[in-house]
Write a protein that binds this ligand. Structure first.
Ligand code: ZN
Length: 483
């Protein structure tokens, strides 16, 4: 075990399990126990019971059980060490680790973490009180973001000064730079990373700040030399922050994502806020990067239904083919929100929040969405127009790895474009053959042969534990490796 065993016992001893579970479950006292609706399976009559005296919970429905640490592991999707750290943080206990190296490592991480927490507070305070933030406050109000939203998302303002944050933090230059908060200029002076920008703090899924996104105010789109400035600037990668793995808003969205079995993925911080304001608090955003496999790996245990709320048609062919592969690999269903063309969720939410709800309920499977686009812009009135649509549709359909799915969509195209299914089938086979480099091998019917079962699928089909609850190896627990 990486954390000193006495510390683990102390954490369990000082955790109020009723208060902890009460954050997620409405509990009622019945005799010596407290009962409520189980947070781990859907039910209408309570079968989840907490024994506060003994410090454990048990569900008669799904047999989930354990102590405070297992509850945190299960509900927050954390590994053992992170769960103990989470509870220690709540109880104000400083943990000691088994080896000196790990202790040093952990204390380094915790000083980076502490600097980030202080930075969140500093920026938020600037937005609320600084005279220099007047324009920022005006800008946010003009975007319908009121104080309630500032608080919920911890919005802030980075002053237009070279080292205001550094001056406030009182941390070493090393911590300042390593936390991604600033850099050393050529004269060896610390400089703030973000200046004169509205700040969107980025939290990890357990709610700890790891990075910042900064948005420039609309009038200031050029620097003093007339060079255009980027609209958004983000923290660099740090030991605490990897943008490939981080989803903005996941800490706040997690509960609703699990409850509704659905997650909405946007491209912008203000898109996420718009969904929350429209009463759909299960949206997250990538942080200035395309959707990656690491992102999906992270959310696959929260929800299998993913709704893309950005223009997925512009993602490029190599990206769209990946989506189908990921659907298969992680058993996901990828949908595309029904957004009006050319408007992002942030803008739409300002003008017509109810339309955002329609975009979610009207989401279409990824392939259906792309074919619909073709029908919408194509010419269905002439033979030539219909033939062009067929060509484009076949190029899209043959990206899908499942023959049954391909066939079904092909029938829809044949129907819509009024061509014989047998002709279309022939063309699809030709297309598949000419792109066989994409599939590893095709069988006699031009279908890709079933890929070898992956280790993960194998474990699932044997009814083994969910990957996140299997025993975690020491290497995986290596502190440097955690998100
Ligand atoms: Zn249960």
């Amino acid at each position: 075990m990486l954390i000193n065993e006495n510390d683990v016992a102390k954490v369990l001893d000082q955790t109020d399990i009723l208060a902890l579970i009460g954050e997620h479950v409405g509990l009622k006292r019945v005799g010596l126990r407290h009962v409520g609706l189980c947070p781990f399976h859907s039910e209408n009559t309570p079968s989840f019971s907490v024994n506060a005296q003994e410090g454990f919970y048990y569900c008669f429905g799904c047999h989930a059980s354990g102590d405070a640490i297992s509850f945190v592991r299960q509900i927050e999707r954390l590994d053992f060490v992170s769960a103990v750290e989470y509870l220690a943080g709540k109880a104000g206990i400083t943990l000691t680790y088994e080896s000196e190296e790990l202790s040093k490592h952990a204390s380094k991480r915790s000083s980076l973490q502490a600097a980030l927490v202080k930075a969140v507070e500093f920026y938020a305070d600037q937005l609320l009180h600084s005279p220099g933030a007047a324009l920022a406050r005006e800008y946010l109000s003009s975007r319908n973001l009121d104080k309630e939203d500032w608080e919920r998302f911890h919005l802030g303002w980075a002053p237009d000064s070279p080292a205001a944050l550094y001056g406030h933090l009182n941390v070493s230059e090393e911590v300042f730079v390593e936390a991604g908060l600033g850099y050393m200029d050529k004269n060896g002076k610390p400089q703030d990373q973000l200046r004169a920008r509205v700040i969107f703090p980025i939290f990890d899924s357990s709610g700890k700040p790891v990075a910042f996104g900064g948005r420039i105010l609309p009038p200031a789109l050029e620097d003093s030399h007339g060079q255009p400035l980027p609209k958004y600037k983000n923290s660099p990668e740090t030991p605490l922050y990897s943008k490939r793995k981080t989803l903005y808003g996941l800490n706040l969205a997690k509960a609703d994502v699990v409850a509704k079995g659905e997650i909405i993925i946007c491209e912008g911080y203000t898109d996420v806020i718009a969904f929350f304001k429209a009463g759909i608090p299960r949206a997250v955003a990538t942080c200035g990067t395309a959707l990656t496999e690491d992102h999906l790996n992270k959310i696959k245990s929260f929800s299998k239904r993913i709704i893309l709320a950005f223009d997925a048609d512009n993602a490029g062919i190599s990206a769209t083919e990946k989506f189908y592969q990921w659907e298969k690999k992680y058993k996901l269903e990828i949908y595309v929100a029904d957004l009006p063309k050319g408007i992002d969720p942030g803008e739409l939410g300002q003008k017509d929040p109810d339309r955002l709800k329609i975009a979610v309920t009207g989401a279409k499977p990824f392939m259906a969405f792309r074919l619909q686009r073709l029908f919408d812009v194509g010419d269905l009135t002439s033979i030539e127009g219909r033939a062009r649509i067929v060509d484009d549709a076949i190029a899209i359909i043959c990206e899908h790895p499942n023959g049954l799915v391909r066939n079904d969509y092909l029938m829809q195209v044949a129907d819509k474009c009024r061509f014989e299914m047998s002709d279309l089938h022939l063309r699809l086979e030709q297309a598949l053959r000419s792109k066989s480099y994409f599939f590893e091998e095709l069988d006699a019917h031009g279908n890709p042969k079933a890929p070898a079962q992956t280790h993960e699928e194998h474990a699932d089909s044997n009814g083994a534990l969910e990957p996140e609850f299997r025993p975690i190896s020491a290497q995986e627990l290596g502190l440097s490796d955690r998100p």
